[in-house]
Design a protein around this ligand. Structure first.
Ligand code: SF4
Length: 199
């Protein structure tokens, strides 16, 4: 799994360097968290979730407890199809896990300043690069799954699931019930179908 985590970091680095020339036109600035506060589904893979989980586990205990509460609240809201800001968006409108944020967040930036009436204007080229990187990521994490961030982190916090996943075993039947009700995708099948997810 450490090898996979290293390859994930390389994938992030390659994507950032390929997208950098396009991002010079971005209107996004520090403190603008339109995409994070008006967040649709924030789809991540289990491998990305594992890295985020490790990082959360290094926070002071009190912050870990606060993050868990926010994640649980997000999960509940989304189960009732209610809007919810990203659980990692802090009060100062910065991302708590910026260095480890998932690929779906890395590929989204706007060419125009966002507002209630102006939704993000995305770069087609960067979205296409992001699609390709996500396909590569799903192939890398081919015994894993994709889904909304708090759902994937919940799965990783389930002892039976994490032990199967860390052992590299592929047992989709074990997540079938939760998967069906929470829109969880099987990476291996997505890769075979040449499909992808979009937030
Ligand atoms: S992980 Fe960070 S960048 Fe992504 S939606 Fe959440 S706060 Fe925003």
């Amino acid at each position: 799994m450490e090898e996979k985590k290293n390859r994930l970091q390389t994938l992030y680095d390659d994507f950032e360097s390929d997208a950098a020339p396009y991002k010079t036109e971005a209107a996004c600035g520090k403190g603008c968290a339109f995409c994070c506060s008006d967040a649709g589904s924030i789809h991540i893979t289990t491998l990305e979730g594992l890295v985020i989980r490790d990082r959360v586990g290094r926070l002071p205990r009190s912050r870990q407890v606060a993050v868990k509460k926010t994640l649980a609240a997000d999960m509940k809201l989304r189960e009732h199809e209610k809007p919810s800001a990203c659980p990692f968006l802090m009060k100062n409108r910065a991302c708590m896990i910026y260095a480890w944020r998932p690929l779906v967040c890395r590929r989204i930036y706007s060419l125009k300043v966002c507002s209630r009436d102006q939704h993000p204007v995305l770069s087609r080229q960067v979205m296409a690069m992001g699609d390709e990187a996500i396909r590569a990521l799903q192939q890398l994490d081919d015994s894993g799954y994709s889904g909304h961030l708090s759902f994937i982190l919940h799965m990783l916090d389930t002892p039976a699931f994490i032990s199967t996943y860390l052992a590299g075993e592929y047992r989709p039947e074990s997540v079938m019930v939760f998967g069906k009700t929470h829109g969880i995708l099987i990476n291996r099948l997505m890769g075979q179908a040449g499909e992808n997810f979009r937030p």
